[in-house]
Design a protein around this ligand. Structure first.
Ligand SMILES: [Zn+2]
Length: 253
């Protein structure tokens, strides 16, 4: 990223300060010094494939763009319903998939990509990566890259650490796999099944230009309310984009 763009994004981040969910945990703690959306750059390990690593928790706040993301799939019986809601409205989202779940349902992962969505790396077995030694972190990322590429023909360029657990010192491990690190700033906590109305309310009250919304294609409750969430966002004038649509690739962000 050139300096002017970086400066621009940092100004946007400052404007967006205070919009993040209080439930961010690690993300809030580590992103706090520069405000939400701060893009941190760590120097990757030397080598021709090295890229800068970015910890991002929201996109540019100008305009009305927003990214809706679904973690922990693919889940047969749930992911299809999320896809249908997106397809009916001609919208694209990003699915951060767990490697072992892709291995169990490769055709469903293939279908997600075939319907035009972005796929991200969400580790192979969903551990707290921040607690693992480097070789295990690399293995989690590498195996997931491989199974996603084999199943979908798409090699992810963004990863999301389960629970947001990833230490800045681990950034070069993600870079080694060509992955930028993306978090979120609207947390629906839908994994706890708080009820469809609560999930809907969380998204529609917290969504701002530049938001990255975290949901899960894991439980039917989420799938049942996705259509209303998408309609609500569209009614408010938001345009949905994917993470790469928002941020480009980690090489260019
Ligand atoms: Zn997860």
């Amino acid at each position: 990223m050139d300096l002017s763009r970086r400066d621009f994004l940092q100004k946007l981040a400052a404007l967006g300060a205070g919009l993040a969910s209080p439930a961010l945990g690690w993300a809030a703690q580590t992103a706090a010094p520069g405000g939400p959306g701060t893009i941190r750059r760590a120097t990757a390990a030397a080598g021709s494939g090295a890229v800068g690593v970015h910890f991002v928790n929201h996109g540019p706040g100008l305009g009305r763009r927003i990214a809706v993301t679904f973690d922990d799939g693919p889940t047969p019986g749930v992911t299809e319903k999320v896809l249908a809601a997106l397809r009916e409205r001609h919208l694209s989202a990003t699915f951060f998939m767990i490697g072992e779940r892709v291995a169990a349902s490769p055709s469903l992962a293939h279908r997600v990509r075939g319907e035009g969505h972005e796929i991200g790396n969400h580790s192979y077995t969903h551990p707290q990566l921040g607690r693992l030694p480097a070789p295990q972190v690399l293995s989690q990322l590498q195996k997931t890259q491989e199974v996603i590429e084999q199943s979908t023909g798409f090699r992810p360029c963004w990863m999301r650490p389960p629970y947001g657990s990833f230490r800045p010192a681990q950034a070069p491990l993600a870079a080694q796999e060509g992955l930028g690190v993306v978090l979120w700033n609207v947390d629906t906590r839908d994994w706890a099944r708080p009820g469809t109305e609560r999930i809907l309310e969380t998204v529609l009250t917290q969504a701002r230009p530049g938001s990255i919304v975290l949901m899960h294609d894991l439980h039917l409750q989420t799938a049942e309310v996705v259509g209303r969430i998408l309609d609500g966002l569209l009614e408010r004038g938001f345009e949905l984009t994917t993470i790469s649509g928002f941020l480009g690739s980690p090489r260019t962000a």
